[in-house]
Design a protein around this ligand. Structure first.
Ligand SMILES: Nc1ncnc2c1ncn2[C@@H]1O[C@H](COP(=O)(O)OP(=O)(O)OP(=O)(O)O)[C@@H](O)[C@H]1O
Ligand SMILES: [Mg+2]
Length: 218
């Protein structure tokens, strides 16, 4: 069978709180799309470039040093600008499907809402550094943060996600609740692009719904 030809690259982002199932879903979606012959690029933020991976380790480092919310925002944006130039734009120009683990909506929810910098201000700077590169579709995995955090810690039966919580994951539950509220607000404003998936359901059910939304976009 001839590989499917896309008229343009498709940029899909995956959002949600800690342990919602983003990385698991990306793996599932990528393998299903690849088995159908699509050219898929899996990528993540912050990271996926030399500069971005260095910034990621600075941002997630556990040390007790205080990071100003503004510094944190600038570091995420620096990683993003590099990621867009080195990975996202070239892949879209090659008409690939780009599956990106976190993007602007995480910055708006984490730095804008939970860190208190303001949703609209953060959205504005995100748009500035993205220079028009925006996801065609965002799959938001909605889950109670208490459940997500316990999955991230490896309390889930599969234990695949088992790891020590990083600097941001280690924030209190109220911080994670603000993030969920902000994501839900983004969904209410733009339900077509920012699709809400109930991530408390079994993983195959979530993947099936995600694939349905993606197929509609291709
Ligand atoms: N729908 C689901 N139901 C139950 N467990 C799930 C589901 N989806 C993922 N998991 C499990 O939850 C854990 C965390 O999943 P995953 O690492 O994909 O989340 P994440 O959103 O990428 O987390 P992080 O924010 O830490 O990157 C893994 O052990 C995974 O197997
Ligand atoms: Mg992950």
């Amino acid at each position: 069978m001839a590989p499917p030809i896309l008229r343009q690259g498709v940029f899909i982002t995956f959002e949600g709180g800690e342990g919602a199932g983003k990385s698991t879903l990306i793996e599932q979606v990528a393998s299903q799309l690849a088995s159908q012959g699509y050219h898929v690029v899996k990528t993540r933020e912050p990271g996926s470039t030399f500069l971005g991976e260095h910034i990621r380790s600075l941002l997630l480092d556990h040390s007790e040093r205080v990071v100003s919310p503004y510094s944190e925002l600038c570091l995420f944006l620096a990683a993003r600008a590099q990621h867009i130039q080195e990975v996202i734009t070239p892949s879209l120009e090659q008409r690939k499907i780009v599956l990106c683990d976190r993007f602007n909506d995480s910055t708006i929810a984490y730095q804008g809402a939970a860190r208190g910098l303001g949703l609209e201000k953060v959205e504005h700077v995100c748009n500035f550094i993205c220079q028009g590169v925006q996801p065609h579709l965002t799959l938001y995995l909605d889950i109670d943060p208490a459940i997500g955090l316990s999955r991230a810690r490896g309390d889930s039966p599969q234990k695949i996600g088992e790891h020590d919580l990083d600097r941001i994951e280690s924030e209190g539950i109220e911080f994670h609740r603000l993030i969920r509220e902000a994501f839900r607000e983004i969904h209410e404003k733009d339900p077509t692009r920012f699709r809400l998936l109930d991530a408390s359901r079994p993983q195959p059910v979530v993947t099936a719904e995600a694939m349905q939304a993606i197929r509609a976009q291709l």
